[in-house]
Design a protein around this ligand. Structure first.
Ligand code: ADP
Ligand code: MG
Length: 249
C-alpha cells in the first residue's frame, strides 16, 4: 500500500509500497527514524485512516470495504490502540478514561469500574484512579492510555511508542505484559518503538526507512528466553509459531 499526503500544494509520499502480513498471535516491533512513517502505518492498520492505494485486511475483513459505522464497531471490538499522544479525555479522571470503551459497548458501570481499577492497579496506578489527566505525569498518562486500550480485551493491540514517557522499570513492565498477552492469550501486538533493547521481547522486528520496509526479521526464541513474561508470572515455555505466512516485498 501507499500513503500520500498533500499539504499546501506539496505531495508527500509517506508510505511507499508497504506489503506486510502479520500472523495472529505475533508480537511485532516497528522501528525507524522519526518521520519514517511508523505512526502513519499504525493508523492505517488500525483503520483510523485509509491508504491512498492498496488495501488492508484485519482478521479477514477488508477495512476499506466497511461503512464507517461498521468500521467503528469493528475497531471497538477488535483493536486496542495506544496513541503516540494518548488522546485521553481531560475532563475525566484516570478510571473514567480507562472505562470509556466499556461505555460504548454497554457494560454496566459497576463492571466497568472494577475492570478499570484492576487494569490501573496492574499498571501501578491504583492510587491515581481519581486523578484528572492534567493531574498526572507523562508516564502516568501513558499508562492510563495503555489501560484504556486493553479495556475491551481486544485480540489486536497496536501501541505507538507505548514506553516513550516511561522510566525503564515501567517500560519493561509494560512491554513484558504485552509479551505475555501475545504468548499466553494469543493476542496480536504491533508496537512502534525507538528502543532497541525492547526488541528482545518481540517475535519480529520491522524497520521502516522513508516509508519502505528495509528489513523484516524474526527474533530467535532463544534470545528472548528467560525474560519474565510479566511481573506476576514466571517465564513460560513459548510455543513455536509457523512463520510461513510472513512475507515482505
Ligand atoms: P513517524 O511516526 O515514523 O515519526 P509519521 O508516520 O508520524 O512518522 O510521519 C511520517 C511523515 O508523514 C512525516 O513527514 C509527517 O510530517 C507526515 N505526515 C504524517 N501525518 C500527516 C498528515 N496528517 N498530513 C500530512 N503529513 C503527514
Ligand atoms: Mg510516530
Amino acid at each position: 500500500m501507499h500513503k500520500v499526503y498533500h499539504v499546501g500544494g506539496e505531495t508527500q509520499h509517506v508510505l511507499n509500497g508497504v506489503d506486510l502480513t502479520i500472523p495472529a498471535g505475533q508480537f511485532t516491533a516497528i522501528m525507524g527514524s522519526s518521520g519514517s512513517g511508523k505512526s502513519t502505518l499504525l493508523n492505517l492498520l488500525s483503520g483510523l485512516d485509509i491508504p491512498t492505494s492498496g488495501t488492508i485486511a484485519v482478521g479477514g475483513r477488508t477495512l476499506d470495504a466497511m461503512s464507517s459505522d461498521e468500521l467503528a464497531a469493528f475497531r471497538a471490538k477488535t483493536i486496542g490502540l495506544v496513541f503516540q499522544s494518548y488522546y485521553l479525555v481531560p475532563t475525566l479522571n484516570a478510571m473514567e478514561n480507562v472505562a470509556l470503551p466499556g461505555v460504548f459497548v454497554g457494560m454496566p458501570k459497576e463492571d466497568r469500574d472494577a475492570r478499570a481499577l484492576a487494569l490501573l492497579t496492574r499498571l501501578g496506578l491504583a492510587d491515581r484512579v481519581g486523578h484528572r489527566i492534567n493531574e498526572l505525569s507523562g508516564g502516568q498518562r501513558q499508562r492510563v492510555a495503555i489501560a484504556r486500550a486493553l479495556f475491551n480485551d481486544p485480540p489486536l493491540i497496536m501501541a505507538d511508542e507505548p514506553t516513550g514517557a516511561l522510566d525503564e522499570e515501567n517500560g519493561r513492565r509494560v512491554v513484558g505484559w504485552l509479551r505475555s498477552l501475545a504468548v499466553k492469550q494469543g493476542k496480536t501486538v504491533v508496537m512502534v518503538t525507538h528502543e532497541e533493547k525492547l526488541t528482545r521481547y518481540v517475535d519480529r522486528v520491522i524497520h521502516l526507512t522513508d516509508g519502505r520496509i528495509v528489513s523484516d526479521q524474526l527474533v530467535s526464541h532463544t534470545r528472548s528466553a528467560g525474560i519474565p513474561l510479566d511481573s506476576a508470572n514466571a517465564p513460560a515455555a513459548r510455543p513455536s509459531r509457523p512463520n510461513s505466512s510472513i512475507r515482505q516485498q
